[in-house]
Design a protein around this ligand. Structure first.
Ligand code: GLC
Length: 417
């Protein structure tokens, strides 16, 4: 078994090896491009040993920002035949080839953490980045709200690709005309750990629709059947907007209207409380129906500044049931599948985001999250995700954000800078 020190060395090497010149890929083979929230988390990892490179990661991400403010979930900097769906299937309309959807906005939160590590190095970089972050958040507020909660329009947009939250709407989609295509993910990773063909047909069908409509948000609002108010997006945007406001005030920037926007997002977050489940849940914005899922996204409430004893009771129950981290889906739920991606496995970066929120609120459950994440990585390395019942590594290996989470959070003692 490797020691903590050699794991740290390994983690730095993963970041360096997955660096493609100004941006990192999540892992070679399976994900050969720049992913949005992966990059933001990765920047935090770089900040542990190269602060300039940390800022560069965020700057490269924003080099792909569209004219309307949207920041794509994938930037296709250099073509790679090993990935599907590539730039031609997406037909992104931004300054560089990209997907047409976004991902949870954690960049402002990570930028603030990085800035706080070294303010003199960070201030000029953050001043340039700030209006871009603001434009992205404004885009969410303009196009994605449902009663103040933030919606996703594709499973990939939530970053929780095959979560059970989406099963109901995916069932209603008839992927007519999707045509023949060749999946590449299952040639890199065991198919039992990946989404099914049923899901994949619908992922591609939704992409084809966006491409056909040239990613016109007004048209998509009418045509796209997939519109789900999601705790991932809602909590993370609420948190990120709080960070952006705090930083903007300190830097003396124009923050008019932001406090009201935060109040609106707070109201939206409250609408995601499912009283029957006694948990934050996703809500189908088209039908108004709950999806009935307690997921790891439900536990992002603390990061958004919201406390809930009922939610904490679910978390405690989950941590008792599975010992190797927060399961991505309720381990007592009927759809729990310990190896299949977002239907059970534990993800180090989600444990980090949940843990950070708990730590800030000095919640009694906080130390467990850090300890358990440290242990699973110490024992099993830098996998994409882990089976939470026995800790076994799953998905892609040498994974960038798992390494970043080790460097910036999991390997450190609680309270250490
Ligand atoms: C998968 C994950 C998503 C992540 C991407 C790259 O699609 O579900 O959250 O951003 O891989 O790591």
């Amino acid at each position: 078994m490797l020691t903590q020190v050699s794991r740290s060395e390994e983690a730095r090497n993963i970041l360096i090896q997955n660096d493609r010149g100004g941006y990192t890929i999540p892992t070679a083979g399976l994900y050969p491009y720049q992913w949005n929230w992966d990059s933001a988390i990765t920047a935090m990892g770089f900040a542990e040993f190269d602060i300039g490179r940390a800022w560069q990661e965020l700057e490269t991400l924003f080099s792909g920002q569209w004219a309307d403010g949207m920041v794509p979930h994938i930037l296709f900097h250099k073509a790679d035949a090993g990935y599907f769906p590539g730039p031609d299937v997406w037909g992104g309309t931004g300054p560089i080839p990209s997907s047409g959807i976004t991902q949870p906005p954690v960049a402002a939160t990570m930028a603030r953490l990085i800035w706080n590590k070294d303010r003199s190095a960070g201030t000029p970089r953050l001043k340039t980045l700030w209006p871009k972050l603001r434009a992205w958040h404004t885009w969410f507020l303009k196009w994605r709200l449902d009663q103040g909660a933030v919606c996703v329009t594709h499973p990939w947009e939530a970053g929780r690709d095959n979560a059970p939250d989406w099963d109901g709407v995916m069932e209603r989609i008839d992927p007519v005309g999707v045509g023949e295509y060749e999946r590449r993910d299952t040639s890199h990773v065991d198919g039992s750990m990946r989404p099914t063909k049923h899901d994949y047909d619908r992922y591609i069908w939704l992409v084809q629709m966006g491409n056909r409509l040239k990613w016109d948000q007004a048209k998509l609002l009418e045509e796209n059947p997939f519109r789900i108010a999601d705790p991932t997006m809602t909590f993370l945007l609420l948190r990120a907007h709080r960070d952006l406001l705090a930083v903007g005030e300190e830097l003396g920037l124009q923050t008019a209207g932001m406090a009201e926007e935060i109040a609106l997002l707070e109201k939206g977050a409250a609408t995601l409380w499912n009283p029957e489940l006694k948990s934050y849940d996703s809500r189908d914005a088209k039908t108004g129906l709950w999806t009935g899922c307690i997921s790891n996204a439900s536990y992002l409430c603390w990061l958004a500044g919201l406390d809930s004893p009922d939610q904490a009771a679910h978390l405690e129950r989950s941590l008792e049931r599975v010992k190797f981290g927060v399961a991505s889906y309720d381990p007592t739920g009927e759809k729990f599948d310990s190896k299949r991606y977002w239907r059970g496995p534990t993800w180090a970066f989600m444990n980090f985001l949940i843990g950070l929120g708990l730590e800030e609120q000095q919640h009694p459950l906080a130390p467990r999250l850090r300890a358990v994440t440290r242990e699973v990585i110490r024992q099993h390395g830098f996998a994409e995700y882990f089976d939470p019942t026995d800790g076994s590594p799953a998905g892609g290996q040498s994974f960038t954000w798992t390494a970043a989470v080790w460097l910036g959070w999991a390997s450190k003692d609680l309270g250490a800078a």
